[in-house]
Design a protein around this ligand. Structure first.
Ligand code: ADP
Ligand code: MG
Length: 239
């Protein structure tokens, strides 16, 4: 597609699966069970977006919206060093925002357009995880429609940012072993399709042996089918 740029994941296998890397102008969702590598990938991309284009980056900055409190500056430091970046600069180039509940997360989303207009070097917006507050707060069948509606609006806002500012949006979603646990949850049947179709690229992550993880693209006719294996190391995401 026209003018789409890519950010490397630091795994050739994962980049290959994604058609070269994480795309700008697109929302990419990583979903999978606890420990499957979603947060580590988010850390890696917030470092890699800073790399020059010849090294797989966009010489850009990152906005990292953390909803679960799992962001670690030490990981950024380690990944930045391993990627040949100055760790202090790398940390300065990440705008960290902690969303304490779903209303706060939405408020951050509302302010993002203005923030990025003022900080056009932001080339990736990460929301890790996009669903946890909503899932925790909107429990019970009677609240599902409201949850769906709020989450949809949030996701559409993020998608618009990606298109307007030529940046990558990455969201994560923790699900159990079944890929459609959240989207296809039978109790979310009403309006379930709308949310399901918002993300541009959906990547399912699964644990494998030791530090190995398996990634698979879901519902993307333009990308090759199949699974790839990558590793989570002290230095970051690797083959
Ligand atoms: P998720 O966000 O999908 O729940 P994470 O991205 O937090 O999962 O992945 C957690 C895994 O990352 C841990 O199980 C561990 O194997 C690996 N990991 C985290 N920190 C390090 C590190 N410093 N060195 C090597 N592996 C790490
Ligand atoms: Mg996580």
């Amino acid at each position: 597609r026209m003018n789409v740029r890519k950010i490397t994941t630091s795994s050739q296998a994962l980049d290959g699966l994604l058609g070269g890397g994480i795309e700008t102008r697109t929302m990419t969702e990583f979903f999978g069970e606890f420990g499957s590598g979603k947060t580590q990938i988010c850390h890696q991309i917030s470092v890699n977006v800073q790399l020059p284009p010849e090294k797989g980056g966009l010489s850009g900055k990152a906005v990292y919206i953390d909803t679960e409190g799992t962001f670690r500056w030490e990981r950024i430091e380690a990944m930045a060093k391993a990627a040949g970046l100055d760790p202090d600069t790398a940390m300065d180039n990440i705008y960290y925002m902690r969303a304490i509940n779903s209303d706060h997360q939405i408020a951050i989303g509302d302010d993002l357009q203005e923030f990025i207009a003022k900080n056009p070097s932001v080339k990736v917006v990460i929301v890790d995880s996009v669903t946890s507050h909503f899932r925790a707060e909107y429990t019970g069948r009677e609240n599902l429609a409201a949850r769906q509606q709020k989450l949809n609006k949030h996701l559409h806002q993020l998608t618009r940012l990606a298109e307007i500012y030529d940046l990558a949006v990455i969201i994560t979603n923790q699900v159990m072993a079944r890929p459609d646990m959240f989207y296809g949850d039978p109790t979310v049947a009403v309006g379930g399709h709308t949310l399901y179709h918002v993300p541009g690229i959906r990547v399912q992550l699964k644990k494998s042996r030791g530090n190995k993880r398996i990634a698979r693209i879901v519902d993307a006719p333009h990308l090759p089918e199949g699974e790839v294996v990558f590793a989570i190391t002290e230095e970051g995401i690797r083959d």
